[in-house]
Ligand binder design. Structure first.
Ligand SMILES: *Cc1c(COP(=O)(O)O)cnc(C)c1O
Length: 232
């Protein structure tokens, strides 16, 4: 637990330094802890150490840890692949669903939100590297999808999220991050209804500084906080 506090403090410094180098203030990049596989106690330690939000990948795990009070005091995001039959558990429970990549999914989220009398904030996930194994809308289809999402009741699109291909040894991801930033700026200029385009969520343990340099204002960091993940 002491490690978690020290890691969060050090990561916060690195985030702020990267933001300053990119000409942005210390509060302008949001620090999301990617908490998958880590139990409630560790999640609470990360929140106590000052992360801005927690992000979970699996609905079952999120519900379990939520019932244990793991996320008290921090906003909760969903950042994993979302199955349609699990949508009902997330709407109104999480503050942001970062991984929406189809009209169908958005409509299900919107329908549930309308039933509950609320508006669910979401991000549009973009498969910036055109990887078959990854979710996300293809970048060349993102704008068309965004214009459709704009007409869906019960949701508000707050921005974009991406998980670029893992770089090989000595390689960098800056090209993908730059492409995402261009998309983000283009879409923000369009001013669709129900779209605010204020969040660009990209950058993980190995590459968050490069992502911030390219315009990210939300990083999702797991292993650099909690250590390597142990999957049961
Ligand atoms: C696990 C995960 C992260 C964090 O990855 P690390 O490399 O451990 O920092 C970020 N985003 C998503 C969507 C993840 O699933």
């Amino acid at each position: 637990m002491e490690d978690i506090a020290a890691n969060v403090a050090l990561l916060r410094e690195r985030i702020e330094r990267a933001a300053a180098l990119a000409g942005r203030g210390p509060g302008e990049v949001s620090f999301v802890a990617a908490t998958k596989t880590n139990g409630a106690e560790k999640v609470r330690a990360a929140i106590a150490a000052g992360v801005d939000a927690c992000g979970e990948n699996r609905v079952q795990e999120l519900l379990e840890k939520n019932s244990q009070g793991a996320y008290a005091g921090a906003p909760l995001h969903f950042i994993g692949g979302l199955q349609k039959n699990k949508v009902k558990y997330l709407v109104g429970t999480v503050d942001l669903i970062q991984s929406v990549d189809s009209l169908e999914l958005a409509e299900l989220i919107g329908k549930k939100a309308v039933q509950l009398g609320l508006v669910q904030p979401i991000l549009l996930e973009v498969n910036i590297g055109h990887e078959e194994a990854k979710s996300g809308v293809a970048p060349e289809e993102a704008e068309e999808l965004l214009s459709r999402l704009s007409a869906v009741a019960g949701i508000e699109v707050r921005g974009l999220m991406a998980i670029p291909p893992a770089p090989g040894p000595g390689e960098k991801n800056d090209g993908y991050f730059e492409k995402m930033h261009h998309l983000f700026v283009d879409m923000r200029a369009k001013k669709y209804d129900n779209v605010t385009m204020s969040i660009l969520s990209m950058g993980m343990s190995g590459d968050f500084e490069a992502a911030i340099a390219c315009g990210s204002n939300m990083v999702r960091i797991g292993s650099a906080i909690f250590g390597e993940r142990i999957y049961r």
